[in-house]
Every structure is written in structure tokens, then in C-alpha cells.
Write a protein that binds this ligand. Structure first.
Ligand code: DGY
Length: 434
């Protein structure tokens, strides 16, 4: 364990470019929003000031609308789509610098904030002061982020907020998005060259070329209306309520509300608890009576999207009705999920091996992702389910014992997939070992 922890800390040191921790050494040479949050959880175990600096940098790129962008670009080249394709300078809401993308990622940042506060509690007086001041000084910015999701992205207050690109879900090519993507039909567009395939061993570990045409088509559609929130909703070919991210908004809002209370901001805490409750109710209302899984919804057609993916376990993230949570827990540990007899490690595959859409190598279509395991473990702790948290921790650490800190893992063979020395994987390992 000491060797594994030392290896994880080394990955974080190596990926630190002096300003940010890049998400991965070559595949992702910039700061990604939810990566930065997970990375901060790990950094908090090493250095509270360094962890604060990571979140500060991200927050410095917040848009005037409240949105935290999914990529904050560093001055390097080598990633597509870079700033020249995003063209977010067209938006009056973007900060002047640094350049950013024009979409968001799941709201997990309060978990990072709470991890810093917790680490500081065991640290020096200076750490404690810095952490408390940071929470107090940035609270309104985090609140604006949550409120933007809960209002602009959920105009009808359904409790499920919508996304305009599957990159916003973080689960780019999950079968969750297959049906909505059939309705995304790229027209004439400027040519582009993918850069991601150069950084993995095998192209089947990444999304397909057709996926990428659709991804870039959506970017171009948003740029065509200068990333104006209302106009994007009017023109975009992809509008889907994301149940997994909405559950994360509920969990994060509860956690942020507790932090707001500690810095004497009951007004903010109240607003956050309203968001948490509405999101939790929205998640519960999405559960399919037939499968027991939570569902996304295509806003354009009104259709519920029933796929057997890990997104279906949203209620295990945000909690709620005890009957629902215990039924979900049983399903989660059962033979179609973590308990599937062919799995090498008992952590959730991103698509059930029992489902036709399952692909054991292709990115979010089957592989296991340590950060997802961490989220379920973190949420279990929040609910007081230490048994589930311990199980996920134990299995995840066995999976990570190869020391490659890979982006994702083959659920049947346990082989490392995607990028190696991925910052967020090293970060959650550090947290588990801490
Ligand atoms: C990528 O480039 O693969 C990312 O997931 C998009 O944010």
C-alpha cells in the first residue's frame, strides 16, 4: 500500500505543470472541470495550499452565467478540439483569459471542497485558516454554478437538468446517449483531425469517427449562436436530461449546504437544500418500474431512455427513499452488475455485461472507471453505508494494484485501458489509501 501511495503521489507530481495538474500526460494536456475536482481530493491529502490552488484556477475560468467550463486550456497544443474550434471568445459571458470550452461537466466540486476542509482539520492552523477563508470567499461562486444548472438548465424545474453534449455528462460515448445521437445529423462542417487516437494503444478504446463528427457538429452549433444559453436550447440537436449528473448536483448541493452553514451563510444553505431536494425528487421520479434503474430523458422527444448503464444507479449517489435505495443497492451488487460472474473485480461496469450494448474495451460502453467507483463509495459514506464504501474501496485498490493508474479498466480481464498515469485515478487511489 505504501508503494502504491508513493506511485500515486508521483503521478500527481509529474502531471503538475506549475500552474495546473493536467488531466493526463499526453491525451489530456489541459485542466478539465470534473477531473480537477477529483484531482483536488487527492491533492488535499498531500498539500492543502496546492489543492486550493487547483480549485482556484478552475474557478477563475467561471463564466458570468455561473457555468464552470469543462476545459480550461493551457498554452499547449496537441488536443482536439482546442480553443480555435470552440471559439468561445464569441461569447460575452466568457472570462477574457484563460481560454475555455463552452460546455460544462458534472458538478462534483463541492466534494473536493469538503475534502480540503477535512484534510485541513487534521493539518496546521494555517491550513485550517486558508480552507475556511476559501470556502467563505468562493461560496457565492459555487452557489452560482449550482443555481445555473438548476434553473437555466432545468427551465421547467423538473429536478433533472439538461445537457447539450454528451461530453457534459463526462460519459461521452455511453449507450445512454445512443438514441438521442441518432437524431444528431451533421451537415456540412469544416474538416478536422482527431488527436486522441495517437495516445491510446488501440482505437477500439475510444469513441468512433461517427461519434466525433456528431461531437464536433454540436460544438459548431453552439458556436453559431455564440454560446447564448437560450439560443443554444433553440438550435442544438442534443437536449437530454442527465439523471446521473442531477444526482451529483443533489449530493454536491447537500455537501455545499453543510459548508455554507460552517461559514455562517444559512441563506446560501437554504437555497442549496432546495436544489438538492428538487434534484433528488427528479431522480426518484425517473426510476423505471420495470428495471429499477433511473433514466435519462430526451427533452426533444419527451422519451425516457432505458439503458442498462451505470447511470441507472443515480439514486445510490443522491440517496432518498430508503426502499428505493435498498432496492438499488441489491441490484448494484447483484449478478448483472458488480456481482456479474465474469467480472475480474466487483466494481460497476459502465454498461451491464448482460446488455447488448456492452463493449468491454470501448471507453464508457463497459470498462470500469476508478473515479466512478470512488463516487459510489463517497456517496455511500454520506448515507452511512460504510459496508458498501469498504467493498468498493477494497475491490478498487486490488484493481489499481498494477500501478498503471489507468483511465479505465477492462471489466473481464482487468487489463489497463486508455491513458496511463491519469491524474484523477492517482488522486482517488491516494484518497483511498490516505
Ligand atoms: C475527450 O476529449 O475525450 C473528453 O472526454 C472530452 O471532454
Amino acid at each position: 500500500d505504501a508503494t502504491l501511495a508513493e506511485g500515486a503521489a508521483q503521478v500527481l507530481r509529474d502531471n503538475d505543470n506549475g500552474v495546473i495538474l493536467v488531466a493526463a500526460p499526453s491525451l489530456y494536456p489541459h485542466q478539465w472541470s470534473w477531473d480537477a475536482a477529483f484531482i483536488t481530493v487527492g491533492l488535499a491529502r498531500v498539500s492543502v495550499p496546492r489543492a486550493l490552488a487547483e480549485l482556484s484556477w478552475l474557478l477563475g475560468a467561471q463564466w458570468q452565467t455561473g457555468m464552470i467550463p469543462h476545459i480550461v486550456f493551457d498554452a499547449v497544443d496537441g488536443y482536439f478540439p482546442g480553443p480555435e474550434r470552440w471559439r468561445t471568445e464569441l461569447s460575452p459571458n466568457r472570462p477574457a483569459t484563460p481560454p475555455t470550452s463552452g460546455i460544462c461537466q458534472p458538478p462534483v466540486h463541492s466534494l473536493a471542497l469538503a475534502a480540503i476542509v477535512e484534510a485541513a482539520r487534521h493539518g496546521s492552523a494555517a491550513d485550517r485558516r486558508a480552507a475556511t477563508e476559501f470556502v467563505r470567499d468562493t461560496l457565492d461562486q459555487w452557489l452560482a454554478w449550482h443555481e445555473w444548472l438548476a434553473t437555466v438548465r432545468d427551465p421547467d424545474r423538473t429536478g433533472l437538468f439538461e445537457i447539450h453534449h454528451s461530453w457534459e455528462s463526462g460519459m461521452d460515448n455511453s449507450p445512454r446517449w445512443d438514441a438521442p445521437y441518432t437524431r444528431v445529423t451533421p451537415g456540412v462542417m469544416a474538416p478536422f483531425v482527431r488527436r486522441d487516437l495517437a495516445h491510446v494503444e488501440d482505437a477500439t478504446e475510444r469513441p468512433t469517427d461517427l461519434d466525433y463528427r456528431r461531437y464536433i457538429w454540436l460544438v459548431d452549433q453552439m458556436a453559431s449562436v455564440r454560446y447564448d444559453d437560450a439560443d443554444v436550447q433553440r438550435v442544438i440537436d442534443f437536449r437530454v436530461s442527465d439523471v446521473f449528473s442531477s444526482a451529483l448536483l443533489a449530493l454536491s448541493s447537500d455537501v455545499l449546504a453543510e459548508l455554507a452553514d460552517t461559514v455562517g451563510r444559512p441563506d446560501a444553505a437554504d437555497r442549496l437544500r432546495v436544489i438538492a431536494k428538487r434534484s433528488r425528487d427528479g431522480v426518484a421520479a425517473s426510476v423505471s418500474p420495470a428495471t429499477g434503474l433511473a433514466r435519462d430523458r430526451d427533452v426533444r422527444t419527451g422519451e425516457w431512455l432505458s439503458t442498462a448503464t451505470v447511470g441507472g444507479f443515480a439514486p445510490l449517489l443522491c440517496g432518498g427513499d430508503p426502499g428505493l435505495v435498498s432496492a438499488q443497492r441489491e441490484l448494484f451488487l447483484g449478478p448483472e452488475w458488480c456481482g456479474h460472474p465474469e467480472l475480474r473485480y466487483a466494481v460497476p461496469p459502465t454498461t451491464s455485461p448482460a446488455d447488448a450494448a456492452f463493449h468491454p474495451r470501448r471507453y464508457w460502453r463497459g470498462p470500469q472507471w476508478p473515479v466512478i467507483n470512488w463516487l459510489f463509495a463517497r456517496a455511500a459514506v454520506e448515507r452511512g453505508d460504510d459496508e458498501l464504501a469498504g467493498l468498493l474501496r477494497g475491490e478498487s485498490l486490488r484493481q489499481l494494484s498494477d500501478g498503471s493508474f489507468s483511465e479505465y479498466y477492462h471489466p473481464l480481464s482487468g487489463a489497463a485501458l486508455g491513458s496511463r498515469n491519469q491524474s484523477w485515478t492517482a488522486a482517488v487511489a491516494l484518497d483511498w489509501l490516505g
